[in-house]
Ligand binder design. Structure first.
Ligand code: SF4
Length: 311
C-alpha cells in the first residue's frame, strides 16, 4: 500500500507587503494592517505548532509569509529552531531571496518554494501584478548554484485552461522542479472569485502532471467543502494532501472524512488527523535548544492548541 501523509504549511505572519494577488486572503487584509510587525505570529506559537506537526506525522510543507514583518535574522532564527524540531531540513516559501540571503538559510533548508500560482503569463500579470515570475525564476537559478531543491505552487481555477498545461510542462522541465503543490481555488470573501474549479477539471491537471512527470512530488490541496474529492486527487497521482485546518478541525467529522478518503484510495495514511499521540510534551519542549523563558511560552501555546484538539 502506497503511503500518504498530510502536509501543513506553517505561517509566520498575517501580512504580505505585496498584498494584491487577486485571489488571496492577504489582499483583503493589507489595508487593515498598519504595522506589519504587529501581524507577526509569536515565536512560541510557531514552535508549538511545529511540535504538533512532528507528533502527528504532518510534514511541514513550508514556512510561509514574513514579507516585511520579520527581519532576515529573525526568519533565519525561526527556521533554525523549527528545523531542530522537524529533525530534517525545511522548505521555505517567503518570497524572492537574494544569493546572500539563501546562503544564510542553507544549513536549515532543503529547498525553496516559488509561489508561481498562475502559469499563463497574461493571466499572471492580471492576477499577481506585484509578484512577477522572472525574479522567482532567477531565484531558482540561484538554487541550482547552491544545490537547493525547487518547489512551486499553482492554483487551479483562476481562469487558466488545460491548453495552458504545456506552459507548466515547460516550466517544470526548464527549472527541474522537484515538487509542486496544486491547489483548487478556495474563493475568499472580498476577492473577485466566487467559486472554485469543478473536481473533474482539477483532477485533469493532477493526472496530466503525474503522467508527464512520474517522479515529481505532487501535493494536492483540497478544502473543507470539497473533501469528498480527496480519494480522486490521490488516484489521479497526488502523493500527499494539504490545505486543511488540521488543528482547528482535529478529530471532527471532517478529519475522519479525510482519513476515510485516503483509505478509499487504497493508501496507508502515515499522519493522524483524529488521534492525539500520547507523548511527553514537556520532554519535547525541554529538549529544545532555546531560552527558558521561551520554553515557558511554548508550553502555554502548546496547551492552548492541545485543548482545541481534544475538544
Ligand atoms: S504574495 Fe502571496 S501572500 Fe502576498 S498577496 Fe500574493 S499570494 Fe497573497
Amino acid at each position: 500500500m502506497k503511503p500518504t501523509h498530510f502536509e501543513r504549511a506553517i505561517f509566520l505572519s498575517w501580512y504580505c507587503a505585496k498584498g494584491d494577488c487577486k485571489f488571496c486572503y492577504m489582499s483583503t487584509q493589507k489595508n487593515k494592517i498598519k504595522n506589519p510587525r504587529l501581524a507577526r505570529r509569536k515565536l512560541a506559537s510557531i514552535i508549538a505548532e511545529a511540535l504538533i506537526c512532528k507528533a502527528c506525522g504532518w510534514e511541514i510543507e513550508f514556512l510561509s509569509g514574513g514579507y516585511e514583518s520579520h527581519t532576515l535574522e529573525e526568519l533565519v532564527n525561526i527556521t533554525k529552531i523549527i528545523k531542530q524540531i522537524n529533525k530534517k531540513k525545511l522548505w521555505l516559501n517567503i518570497g524572492v531571496l537574494k544569493e546572500s540571503e539563501l546562503k544564510k538559510f542553507k544549513p536549515y533548508i532543503q529547498g525553496i518554494t516559488g509561489a508561481i500560482e498562475v502559469i499563463n503569463p497574461r493571466l499572471h500579470k492580471k492576477i499577481c501584478p506585484s509578484k512577477p515570475i522572472k525574479p522567482i525564476e532567477n531565484m531558482f537559478n540561484l538554487c541550482n548554484k547552491l544545490k537547493l531543491k525547487k518547489s512551486m505552487t499553482l492554483i487551479i481555477g483562476l481562469g487558466e485552461t488545460l491548453n495552458d498545461f504545456p506552459l507548466l510542462k515547460n516550466f517544470i522541465k526548464k527549472h527541474k522542479i522537484d515538487r509542486i503543490t496544486l491547489y483548487a481555488l478556495n474563493p475568499h470573501p472580498g476577492t473577485p472569485f466566487k467559486k472554485g474549479p469543478k473536481t473533474n477539471y482539477y483532477i485533469k491537471w493532477i493526472k496530466q502532471t503525474r503522467k508527464t512527470f512520474p517522479q515529481l512530488q505532487i501535493i494536492a490541496g483540497s478544502w473543507v467543502n470539497r473533501l469528498n474529492e480527496i480519494h480522486q486527487l490521490l488516484e489521479a497521482g497526488a502523493d500527499s494532501i494539504t490545505k486543511f485546518p488540521s488543528i482547528k478541525l482535529f478529530n471532527t467529522k471532517f478529519s475522519h472524512q479525510i482519513e476515510n478518503e485516503v483509505k478509499k484510495a487504497n493508501r496507508k495514511f502515515t499522519s493522524t488527523l483524529t488521534k492525539l499521540p500520547k507523548i511527553n510534551w514537556q520532554k519535547q519542549i525541554d529538549q529544545l535548544n532555546i531560552e527558558k523563558d521561551l520554553k515557558d511560552q511554548v508550553k502555554v501555546s502548546l496547551n492552548n492548541y492541545l485543548k482545541k484538539m481534544q475538544k
